[in-house]
Design a protein around this ligand. Structure first.
Ligand SMILES: [Zn+2]
Length: 457
């Protein structure tokens, strides 16, 4: 074996927060970045996207990407723009989904900068996009795709494999072997029994474990989501109303379509049109259809689950459906009402008490979705206030993250304790609660790293 070089782990993002996931691993002169996510949410966090993460991105040799969510892949265009020439390793579906997500993100960054310039509210003059669609496009050539459980050798003493994380299509944990040490990065880790995917791969050994903590302080409620969805649909149509579901394009909207397909099969769905009015949702669903083997579904389910959904691609078609006041189900982005076609539906239908707005995912602080869930009587978009008369409903138990008990059960498969456990991807109170929980239940040595904190392993 070659002389053992020092291994350093540095938390560049996703430390004491849930966005911007980026962990730098240095083995001698080799630099590996695990995930390359965008900071999102409050302005203080978003400002971190403008800071260079290393003096020179060209110093980084490899990126290992766990999955296609923006908070894990959304910084890649900046890394490439700043000189990163290396390979980005991920699964096949992750490459396809990340390509869609990054293009959309580049478009939004450009639109935001244009709007800021038009209304001159940026402190930078002129406002520049963080990155453009062209920057996002440039990332695509650097992906190298792999199956789960396929060892990839990076350097003589460094190899890794991607393991199913059960979080979204193609999502992976990263198991790295460096000399005789094993490091496992969970990325985001799914439920014990995901709706469409195979359960997260069980791991029995790691010297160092880097694990997410999004739900480290709580359990998901055990409500039957299908029954709840059926009830909301039924009540809305008994009033002759329209059901509007703001959707997240990857995994969640496919889960909702799967639940509706099951209701339809059981004759529990009224005969009304269902529209998927989301260009990004449609493109993501096409990726789901391309990778059937990556999903734990029967051939029949895979063939039939999207039948009966009307896909709305053109803006003209969308405008006509927005104006129509007949009962229907609308699935449209964005999931937290921060933009997208759902706002056109709200503009037309939010003021009618017959209609329902149904949330199916987490609503972050500062979003219109959070304001409505908290009971706001009006929300502002398209430059004016709209008073809220429609019914507001929520299915909170749908989640792509394992809860505290599920994460613990996953850790209980370890045959011996890791030397150190690092908690990331959580808010400070979640991280602290999870640390105490692991220490008390398993007696493991747990660290909650700070942003920029570095450790020698
Ligand atoms: Zn994720």
């Amino acid at each position: 074996m070659k002389k053992r070089e020092k291994i350093h782990l540095k938390f560049l993002g996703g430390a004491r927060t849930v966005t911007g996931s980026k962990t730098l691993l240095e083995v001698g002169n080799t630099k590996i970045l695990v995930d390359c996510g965008l900071f999102q949410g409050l302005k203080e966090l978003r400002k971190l996207n403008w800071r260079e993460i290393t003096r020179n991105a060209s110093e980084i040799d490899y990126v290992l990407l766990t999955h296609a969510h923006l908070d894990h892949c959304g910084y890649l265009p900046i890394l490439v723009k700043n000189g990163f020439k290396g390979t980005i390793y991920c699964t096949h579906p992750t490459k396809e989904l990340a390509t869609i997500v990054l293009r959309d993100s580049g478009k939004i960054q450009e639109e935001d900068a244009n709007r800021a310039n038009r209304y001159e509210y940026s402190s930078h003059s002129p406002a520049k996009p963080l990155y453009t669609q062209a920057d996002a496009e440039a990332v695509v050539n650097q992906f190298s795709t792999h199956n789960y459980e396929e060892w990839v050798i990076l350097e003589p003493e460094i190899k890794f494999q991607l393991l199913n994380a059960g979080h979204i299509l193609g999502s992976a944990m990263v198991e790295l072997k460096i000399y005789d040490q094993t490091l496992v990065f969970t990325g985001d880790i799914g439920r014990t029994d995901p709706m469409l995917l195979y359960p997260p791969k069980k791991v029995s050994k790691a010297d160092y474990l880097i694990i997410e903590s999004t739900y480290g302080d709580r359990e998901h409620d055990t409500l039957d989501v299908k029954m709840k969805l059926e009830r909301v649909i039924k009540e809305t149509f008994q009033r002759g109303g329209i059901l509007m579901v703001p959707t997240f394009s990857i995994e969640r909207v496919q889960e909702i379509m799967f639940l509706m397909y099951q209701l339809r099969n059981g004759n529990r769905l009224p005969n009304v049109p269902i529209y998927l009015d989301s260009p990004m949702g449609i493109r993501a669903t096409e990726v789901f259809e391309t990778y059937p083997k990556w999903q734990d579904l029967s051939r029949q389910d895979l063939q039939q689950m999207y039948e009966g959904i009307r896909w709305v691609n053109s803006y003209e078609a969308s405008k006509a459906i927005v104006k129509d006041k007949n009962p229907k189900i609308i699935l449209a982005g964005s999931g937290m009402l921060q933009g997208g076609r759902i706002l056109h539906y709200l503009s037309e239908h939010i003021g009618n008490e017959k209609n329902t707005l149904l949330f199916t995912g987490y609503q972050a602080e500062g979003t219109r979705g959070r304001a409505l869930l908290k009971g706001s009587s009006s929300i502002k978009f398209f430059g004016e206030y709209h008073s809220v008369k429609c019914q507001i409903a929520s299915i909170s138990s749908l989640s792509a993250h394992g809860d505290r008990t599920e994460l613990l059960q996953w850790m209980e498969h370890f045959q011996s304790p890791p030397k150190k456990v690092f908690l990331n991807h959580g808010e400070p109170h979640q991280l602290d609660a999870f640390r105490v929980w692991i220490e008390s239940k398993l007696g493991w040595d747990v660290i909650v790293p700070y942003q920029e904190e570095s450790f020698e392993l």
